[in-house]
Design a protein around this ligand. Structure first.
Ligand SMILES: [Zn+2]
Length: 268
């Protein structure tokens, strides 16, 4: 298990819907160009809209030596957000969550394949971070104290300023100023205009602003880092949900705020 990290941004939206069942679209080929990926993502979107049959991708095999929140990680395609698929067996990685400061970030999307996880934002001073949910009040102390879990989408993108692939964490809510639908639009745009740089800014705590344009000449398009990531992901060496903490339930129960509330509920 990884150690606790420094604070990150608070939740960007209100809690997401509890259930989302339906289709899972096929993943784009791993070495496709941005344009090819976007074109296939668009085809997947069309298939989803038209009610095409799902193709369920195989999750990478596990070798992960850390505690896993069972059943809480799902592969999803951003073009088929109502259609999760279980993908919770890959080993750990050292991926970094991309923070969005007020000055914004620049990223290059290269896939529409995200994972969906159920997570709590734990504001206990010892944590101050997202923690994967264990799935039920019996197994998850944060659920037991009625701290609502959110459905979060984790999308790998190339972080232009860091020069590496990172994970964009988004609410799965599809309201207009939320991040996911705007990123979705930008990826769709890439299907028409080729690989795009996306700028993401945060005008306020509750909304995001996304703009995109073609990658200027001479700018690193991330192809080397992306190819490495894609290869690692294929081999099960990276997992997107590693950007969130996985804390054993006993650890959650021992957090001062949580322990106090469990005691008040007679659950200590
Ligand atoms: Zn929970």
């Amino acid at each position: 298990m990884k150690s606790l990290r420094s604070p990150m941004s608070p939740p960007d939206t209100t809690p997401a819907p509890e259930t989302c069942n339906g289709l899972q679209t096929e993943r784009p080929p791993v070495n496709a160009t941005g344009g090819e990926i976007a074109a296939q993502a668009e085809a997947a979107l069309l298939a989803a809209i038209s009610g095409g049959q799902p193709t369920l991708p195989d999750g990478p095999s596990t070798g992960r030596p850390v505690v896993q929140a069972p059943g809480m990680v799902q592969s999803v395609n951003l073009f088929d957000l109502m259609n999760p698929d279980g993908d919770h067996t890959a080993p750990a990685s050292a991926l970094r969550s991309i923070r969005i400061p007020s000055s914004g970030v620049f990223v290059i999307p290269f896939t529409a394949d995200a994972v969906r996880v159920s997570a709590h934002y734990c504001d206990d001073p010892d944590v101050n971070d997202w923690v994967l949910c264990w799935g039920s009040p019996e197994e998850c102390a944060l659920c037991a104290i009625s701290r609502k879990a959110e459905q979060r989408l984790l999308l790998p993108v190339f972080d232009c300023e860091q020069g590496e692939v990172g994970v964009l964490a988004m609410s799965s809510l599809m309201r207009p100023k939320a991040l996911a639908p705007q990123v979705f639009q930008a990826i769709a745009e890439a299907s028409r205009r080729g690989p795009q740089i996306i700028s993401i800014t945060k005008p306020d705590q509750m909304s995001f602003s996304v703009a995109s344009w073609s990658i200027p000449p001479g700018v690193d398009d991330g192809r080397t880092a992306i190819a490495k990531f894609v290869q690692d992901r294929e081999q099960g060496l990276v997992r997107l949900d590693s950007v969130y903490l996985t804390l054993p339930n006993e650890t959650l129960r021992a957090l001062p705020q949580v322990a106090r509330k469990l005691a008040l509920r007679g659950l200590a």
